[in-house]
Design a protein around this ligand. Structure first.
Ligand code: AMP
Ligand code: MG
Length: 318
């Protein structure tokens, strides 16, 4: 066993940036979820990311930039459709998969000749990346398999003693991971749904399409084959509330209040955005309270509802 690290908690982004410059790992807030950052050009630091998370080495990392100029350091080429999406959306909860620059270690892309690139919308995230002076690889800052962290406390619960530093910020705004779009083929393909919707992408590049079974089978986006976002409790998706009864070991989250009040925990959200914002924090709160089953109300599969339903389905699938 490697001895536990002392994890520094700080709100000082310059102090946090110095750890990145020394080849250490720093968890930092973005608008989607907290990321676990490492210098994209430092192979030993990238290795630490996989070790700290217990992440399989065939699951590629997303590189984060604070300025559009940095994309050229990461991508060998920026296809026209990708450039249109960059111009229209960046900074955004949107990751574009591009042909990888030789300088980026293959360890970051899990051996692929492509690299996912994102510019976060969250100001603190971009200021932090700028202070580091290098783009950062940053997967979600959780132990592999558990729900992505939307608060610094959730990061600490998973990674205290495993990483050098946590840059403390507020609870993340979107609450779900970025939309991932593959821009290396004939037409852009949405590999993972997220805060930027298919309709918004199609308004800029009409040929953009959803991934079909072949895209996901290849697998184009290796990480998608792993179980994700799941709490210890069993997750049940609820489309029909009529007959539903709670019990002292069960929790409810949705847009409506359940009929009965005999639940251990109830979270009623005002809209789909709040539901997405709260989902992973709710999963973690339920686990902390020893809840056995979490019932999640289904929502209409439009706009952000598509990504929310995707995450609930993945959490429910065992
Ligand atoms: P995470 O950072 O934990 O949200 O996971 C990032 C996910 O983005 C991975 O699991 C992949 O599904 C996807 N991804 C990252 N880089 C690539 C790439 N080069 N090609 C395809 N998918 C990617
Ligand atoms: Mg993740």
């Amino acid at each position: 066993m490697t001895p536990a690290l002392e994890t520094l908690l700080t709100t000082d982004l310059h102090e946090a940036a110095r750890f990145i410059q020394r080849g250490e790992l720093v968890a930092f807030p973005t608008e989607t979820v907290y990321g676990l950052g490492a210098d994209v050009f430092n192979e030993s630091a990238i290795g630490k990311v996989f070790a700290a998370k217990g992440r399989p080495s065939d699951n590629p990392l997303i590189a984060h930039v604070s300025h559009q100029d940095q994309i050229k350091q990461l991508a060998a080429d920026i296809p026209d459709d990708a450039q249109k999406m960059i111009d229209a959306f960046f900074p955004a909860p949107l990751t574009l998969v591009l042909p990888k620059h030789d300088r980026v270690p293959l360890l970051a892309s899990a051996g692929l000749q492509t690299i996912g690139v994102r510019m976060p919308r969250h100001d603190l995230a971009r200021e932090f990346i700028t202070a580091c002076g290098t783009p950062l690889v940053a997967p979600s800052a959780n132990l592999s398999g558990s729900p992505s962290p939307t608060t610094w406390q959730a990061v600490a619960a998973d990674l205290l003693g495993r990483i050098a530093c946590i840059l403390q910020g507020v609870q993340t705004e979107v609450g779900l991971e970025s939309t991932v779009v593959d821009c290396t083929g004939d037409a852009p393909v949405v590999l993972r749904t997220g805060g930027v919707t298919l309709e918004q992408l199609q308004a800029i590049v009409p040929a953009t399409r959803k991934a079909d079974a072949t895209d996901l089978h290849q697998p184009k986006s290796p990480g998608l084959k792993y179980r994700h976002y799941a709490p210890h409790a069993t997750v049940v998706m609820v489309s029909e509330m009529n007959e539903l009864k709670g019990n002292e070991h069960a929790a409810w989250i949705g847009l409506h209040a359940p009929r009965s009040s005999d639940w251990h925990l109830i979270k009623q959200c005002a809209d789909v955005a709040e539901y997405a914002h709260e989902l992973f924090a709710f999963f973690r709160a339920c686990d902390a309270q020893g809840i056995k089953a979490i019932y999640c109300e289904a929502v209409a599969e439009q706009d952000l509802g598509v990504a929310l339903m995707d995450r609930i389905r993945r959490a429910a699938h065992r």
